[in-house]
Design a protein around this ligand. Structure first.
Ligand code: BJW
Length: 237
């Protein structure tokens, strides 16, 4: 299977990746839905915390939960999967991840569909935004412009994805001839719909995952194993 996938990679002119939490798992960032990780989401109800309603109900709890995750990400390093992707400058990396590990690995073309932990913005939408030091994030605080609360710049359930990132991701998936789907359960929409979009526009689909995922149903090739082992084998000459 890996040889067949390497052949697809070798003959593809435009490669796009669509990644999820599994890409950063080997760095030590917990995934969302894997039962065997001591993930942040096993201690809390994700639908409650990662939602506008959860933040409205208990802003301190939700904000502190994100700060715990920020500090975790600041402590970990990009893994061989991030490095293998970053070593291919022509690849466009569409990711659901809100960490900065692809950037820190040196990847130049990164599209973050679900936002980033690196900034906060005004929850009331007044337009205020500021960078956050993820190693030492500030406590929950008010917007200096309008007095409402600041929140992490991530996309919660029920919220629209950032329009520019979404447009760029759609364009990349429509124009690619190979989509590498890495470390995602492919259960959260509209992001997961990019896989079908790429396939319908003629792209081949290669899935890299430690377990079966929803993306496997439409994959041309499924490679089962850790991304940190498979991506270097797939992408390195
Ligand atoms: C490895 C590995 C290793 C592990 N190597 N692999 C259509 C159908 C059904 C539902 C909907 C729909 N459209 C919208 C919805 C509702 C909802 C949704 O999709 N719900 C589903 C749960 C059913 N979607 C939304 O609400 C979205 N908004 C929206 O649609 O708005 C519409 C709108 C229109 C107009 C006006 C207003 C609104 C927003 C979705 C936002 C998702 N946000 C989160 C949280 C971000 C912040 C945070 O982190 O706290 O994003 S949810 C969470 O899931 C996070 C992730 O990015 C996302 C995807 O998770 P991912 O990456 O797949 O992680 P896991 O853990 O699930 O999977 C890891 C995988 O890795 C596993 O498969 C492992 O096997 C594998 N693995 N180790 C390789 N080493």
């Amino acid at each position: 299977m890996i040889d067949a996938a390497r052949t697809l990679v070798g003959s593809a002119a435009r490669i796009v990746t669509f990644s999820g939490a599994g890409l950063s798992a080997e760095s030590g960032v917990p995934t969302f839905r894997d039962a065997d990780t001591n993930g942040f989401w096993t201690d809390y109800d994700p639908a409650k915390l990662a939602s506008p309603e959860g933040f409205a109900e208990d802003p301190e709890l939700v904000y502190n939960w994100y700060n715990e995750r920020r500090r975790n990400i600041a402590e970990v390093q990009p893994n061989p999967a991030h490095l293998a992707l970053a070593a291919q400058p022509d690849i466009i990396n569409v990711t659901q991840n809100i960490d900065d590990l692809l950037h820190r690995a040196g990847a130049k073309r990164v599209i973050q569909l679900h936002g980033t932990l690196a900034t906060d913005h005004c929850n009331a939408g007044c337009g205020f935004q500021e960078s956050v030091n993820i190693a030492d994030p500030p406590p929950l605080r008010s917007c200096p412009d309008c007095g409402n609360r600041l929140r992490p710049s991530v996309v919660w359930f029920g919220e629209r994805l950032p329009s520019r990132a979404w447009a760029e991701a759609e364009e990349a998936c429509l124009g690619c001839d190979l989509l590498l789907v890495v470390g995602t359960a492919a259960e959260v929409y509209p992001a997961a719909g990019l896989i079908g979009l790429a396939q319908r526009s003629g792209a081949r689909i290669v899935v890299v995952n430690t377990n079966p995922s929803a993306a496997g149903e439409i994959a041309d090739i499924e490679l089962t194993g850790p991304a940190g082992e498979i991506l270097p084998m797939l992408l390195n000459p």
